[in-house]
Design a binder for this molecule. Structure first.
Ligand code: 5RP
Length: 231
């Protein structure tokens, strides 16, 4: 039996394994968060000639410091492979993302990618989808009215959650795009596609953190080593 690995060590192992999926000359989407950071650092250590597109300002800063050739998404064309973390991984590799408030740029980069791989530590597969409060990016103008409509939408879908404005140090968190984040503690999302569609239809909602039918595989660090799952 292997010794238990810390979550950080599991993230590191997943990031290292995903870095092995990258081939020279690829255009690579760089995710956001601590697991994605492990991937970015591992990829930098491989010193491959790749071009990269960052999913957040924080990742762009990190990648620039490591010497990556960074491209704007508009200039990238089809991205060969994007590797990113997740806050929760559910059945069929349905994901909840946005814990780091980068969900909009992440989804734009994921959808511009031919291949998308999610990396995580073992805690991100809790067995019940919806445990992590669902991040929802909302325009600042009239955000409280948008939040009220989000709550009505959740209730219509049988979810008792109330969306909460995300604060840091008492101030609303602003995304890289200047928007706000609401978090909806759904507890369990029985029909992710229905929820995704209903949220997307609301004026004022920019994007939500449900990433459905996007990940081609999950590379998970566990106590038994790195395990790969497919949808
Ligand atoms: C940021 C994200 C991150 O990928 C997610 O929050 C996971 O972060 P970490 O790897 O630090 O646990 O979606 O918006």
């Amino acid at each position: 039996m292997s010794a238990p690995l810390s979550a950080d060590a599991q993230k590191q192992a997943a990031g290292e394994a995903a870095a092995q999926l990258v081939q020279p000359t690829m255009t690579v989407g760089l995710g956001s968060g601590s697991t994605a950071e492990a991937f970015v650092r591992a990829l930098a250590r491989r010193t491959l000639a790749v071009r990269a597109v960052a999913t957040s300002e924080a990742t762009a800063t990190l990648a620039a410091s490591l010497g990556f050739d960074l491209l704007d998404l508009n200039a990238a064309g089809l991205i060969d492979l994007t590797v990113d973390g997740a806050d929760e991984i559910g059945p069929g590799l349905a994901l909840i993302k946005g814990g780091g408030a980068a969900l909009l740029r992440e989804k734009l980069v994921w959808e511009a990618s031919a291949r998308r791989v999610v990396i995580a530590d073992a805690s991100k597969r809790p067995g019940r989808f919806g445990r992590f409060p669902l991040p929802i990016e909302v325009v600042a103008f009239g955000h409280a009215t948008t939040a009220a409509r989000i709550d009505v939408t959740l209730a219509r879908l049988g979810l008792a959650a109330r969306a909460r404005l995300r604060l840091r140090d008492g101030q609303p968190v602003r995304t890289d795009g200047g928007n706000l984040i609401y978090d909806a503690p759904c507890e369990e999302i029985g029909d992710p596609a229905a929820l995704a569609g209903a949220l997307k239809a609301l004026t004022g909602v920019v994007e939500h953190g449900l990433f459905l039918d996007l990940a081609e595989r999950a590379v998970i660090g566990t106590d038994e080593g790195v395990v790969t799952f497919f949808p």
